[in-house]
Design a protein around this ligand. Structure first.
Ligand SMILES: Cc1cc2nc3c(=O)[nH]c(=O)nc-3n(C[C@H](O)[C@H](O)[C@H](O)COP(=O)(O)O)c2cc1C
Length: 240
């Protein structure tokens, strides 16, 4: 019997972006910042819905959509989460050796100050999704990161700041949020009004690390050695 023809999705003619629309996309990308300084306030429910919708439009491996967003409303739970983050901040500082003190002086989260706190969690049962993950199971996290980036960019366009906090023990956070066996928290998102956006990544402004020159990160055909300064956070600031 002849094989059935492969199903095809029909592309429709694309509506081009105007120059202004294109510029807006690049502006949101360039001016998105990881924010740790918040000014309290609230996030309008309609805006929050738009942001979550933007997140949900992200690409995902095998279209598995492995993102679950948990909104933390209770002040008590927020304080408990902050305590976990603080614990991990101290462990991280110790693990940094000679940069311990410098790290401890950095603000690395805005959990108690942001208007909204969201946890992003990978759901249980991910092993059933094999498409694109047989050799690279971590593509579930990569997909969730795409959703978070959508949310981040949309938040910037809405004039809201967002900070991604990954300083926590995932098992402890899972217990705190009563997550089911097999799920995994990957992010705490601090979201809300901010006094302003850092002009540059805060870690660059404070000299923790500098943006690497793009040309040193692009290679032709195969791996090529990079200059010794690339990847060295103490190297002088780079200019693209
Ligand atoms: C996966 C991921 C986890 C991160 N975790 C933290 C964190 O725990 N604390 C923090 O201060 N920043 C965190 N960041 C933010 C980075 O420090 C920030 O993206 C980087 O310094 C560049 O700054 P920018 O996002 O403003 O361009 C995280 C970013 C990513 C992508």
């Amino acid at each position: 019997m002849p094989a059935a023809p492969a199903p095809v999705a029909t592309p429709v003619p694309a509506q081009p972006f105007s120059d202004a629309e294109r510029a807006t996309v690049y502006r949101a990308i360039a001016e998105r910042r990881d924010m740790r300084h918040f000014s309290g306030g609230v996030v309008d429910e309609a805006v929050l819905a738009r942001l979550l919708h933007a997140a949900h439009l992200a690409p995902s491996v095998g279209f598995m959509q492995p993102w679950r967003f948990i909104r933390i409303r209770s002040a008590e739970r927020r304080r408990a989460i902050h305590a976990l983050v603080e614990q991990e901040r101290v462990h991280t500082a110790r693990a940094l050796g000679e940069r311990e003190d410098t790290f401890m002086r950095l603000k690395v989260e805005g959990v108690l100050d942001c208007a909204e706190l969201l946890a992003v969690v990978l759901p249980p049962g991910r092993e059933a999704h094999v498409f694109g993950r047989r050799t690279l199971p971590e593509m579930d996290v990569a997909s969730a990161a795409c959703a978070i980036q959508n949310l981040w960019l949309a938040a910037r366009a809405e004039g809201l700041g967002m900070g991604w906090v990954s300083l926590f023990d995932p098992d402890a956070l899972a217990a705190l949020l009563a997550l089911p066996e097999g799920s995994r928290p990957v992010a705490l998102l601090c979201l809300g009004p901010v006094p302003g956006f850092y002009a540059q990544p805060m870690l660059a402004e404070l000299g923790w690390a500098q943006r690497q020159p793009l040309h040193a990160l692009c290679m032709d055909e195969g791996w090529q050695p990079t200059p010794a300064s690339v990847g060295d956070p103490s190297a002088p600031p780079a200019h693209e």
